[in-house]
Design a binder for this molecule. Structure first.
Ligand code: FES
Length: 440
């Protein structure tokens, strides 16, 4: 027997999707969002309370385009797993945690929704656009075949993925320096290609030949073509007062651009253990400075206790530095403890769906003081835990790269560093493109 809903699907012209589409059995839809397809449109359907009616939403969070199928239902609202934006049954964004309790979400933060969602005969039906029949058709004993879930719409503007030709014009980390000993070699993946890096007579080279191979920051770097990037300056690198350790190499299936966006908030790794901060903290806005090849952001945290001059006492200064394409550094100066903790995160875009993460932690006592015993191990353990969390989050990213057009995502004031990252990468892509054209 032909089903009216399926007939509507087969005959629906491109553009408006009219008709009702059976998308899932009612029993399969609970308080965990389910991705579905209706009329070539992707949605998630979910019950915002156990046993409540089913609601349908567009499938991605407008903030960073994260699939809402990974969201959770909290207090009758759908919550995005990334930054906790919450959406009510109409798709209205009713909470953005970074805006604070008085913050008002911009209208673009709202989710799209299908025209109607109904349950009938044990199935959830979705009508993407206004349709003449107010209720889904009766099944009459037939078993519908929901259509496959289509890919959500792509961003309108350019997206920087791991195989973008612009990335040829940059230095990329490809191995730890101690992985290629004198007379030895290592096979590595970079930009979708295999390279063999050799160390002979103290010289580094590669097959196929690259524009350059060099050692820096304890890593081997390879530039396929003349680089257009600016190297990251790490004050603690080579400082005899600093101690450091590499974390085990890790990989993410996310492209390096979105992964850098997730990892940019390195401050969680370096915060003072709970209970050790005296008094309530006041946190300054991030002061951002765009620079050649990237940006620097500085944020201060002040004790609520009065300092010697009557004002607050600076407890901690966090400096985040980015150099395109994928070099990140976070330095945290702990004023009371007199230590500087530096976190380096350097990304290797191996393949379209594989990014290797090189992470190094450096510690230095201030004013010639030594690093307390066990402090490095503690910092490494904390960073490992944060990195594992961030990589788990990055596994939810399904896009092919980082959107470089601002209006493809939605940015709020807390996204200063993320916006700066996108602008720096757009500049890098433009500079690399100009260099490639000039050399063609
Ligand atoms: S809240 Fe959804 S991606 Fe940020």
């Amino acid at each position: 027997m032909a089903l009216p809903g399926r007939l509507a699907l087969r005959t629906a012209p491109p553009g408006p999707a009219t008709g009702w589409y059976p998308v899932a059995r009612s029993a399969e839809v609970g308080t965990a969002p389910v991705p579905v397809g209706a009329g070539d449109r992707a949605y998630v359907v979910v019950r915002l309370r156990p046993g409540a009616e089913v609601t349908g939403f567009s499938p991605r969070c407008p903030h960073r385009l994260v699939p809402l199928a990974a969201g959770t239902v909290v207090d009758g609202r759908l919550q995005c797993p990334f930054h906790g934006w919450r959406f009510d049954a109409e798709g209205r964004c009713v909470e953005i945690p970074s805006l604070g309790t008085d913050g008002v979400a911009p209208p673009r933060a709202d989710l799209g929704a299908p025209w109607a969602v109904e349950e009938r005969d044990g199935w959830v039906w979705v009508a993407p656009d206004r349709t003449s029949s107010l209720r889904p058709p009766r099944l009459g004993g037939a078993v519908p075949q929901p259509e496959p879930v289509p890919a959500p719409p792509r961003p309108v503007g350019p997206v920087l993925g791991n195989l973008d030709p612009a990335l040829d014009s940059a230095w990329h980390p490809v191995a730890r320096a101690d992985e290629v000993r004198e007379g030895g070699y290592a096979q590595v993946r970079l930009l979708g290609r295999t390279w063999t890096v050799h160390r002979t007579g103290g010289q580094l080279s590669s097959v196929p030949p690259a524009w350059g191979v060099q050692e820096r920051l304890g890593l081997i770097w390879l530039a396929p073509a003349e680089p257009a990037d600016v190297p990251l300056d790490v004050p603690e690198d080579g400082d005899p007062r600093a101690v450091g350790a590499w974390l085990p190499g890790l990989r993410s299936s996310a492209p390096a651009g979105p992964l850098a966006d997730v990892l940019l908030d390195g401050t969680r790794a370096t915060s003072v253990p709970a209970g050790t901060a005296p008094g309530p903290l006041a946190v300054s806005e991030t002061r951002l400075e765009r620079e050649a090849g990237g940006f620097t952001g500085v944020r201060d945290e002040w004790s609520g206790e009065p300092g010697p001059d009557g004002g607050g006492r600076l407890l901690r200064r966090t400096t985040s530095v980015h150099r395109a394409p994928f070099q990140l550094m976070t330095r945290v100066e702990e004023r009371d403890a007199g230590t500087v903790r530096t976190l380096l995160v350097l990304l290797q875009p191996e393949d379209a769906d594989s990014t290797r993460v090189h992470t190094r932690v450096l510690l230095r006592g201030a004013g010639g003081a030594g690093v307390p015993p066990g402090a490095l191990a503690t910092a490494v353990a904390a960073q490992k835990a944060v990195l594992a969390e961030d990589l788990a989050l990055s596994a939810l990213l399904t896009g092919s790269g980082l959107p470089l057009l601002m209006r493809d995502e939605l940015h709020v004031p807390a996204d200063r560093l993320g916006v700066a990252l996108r602008l720096a990468l757009a500049d890098f892509v433009a500079a690399a493109g100009a260099r490639l054209r000039a050399s063609a």
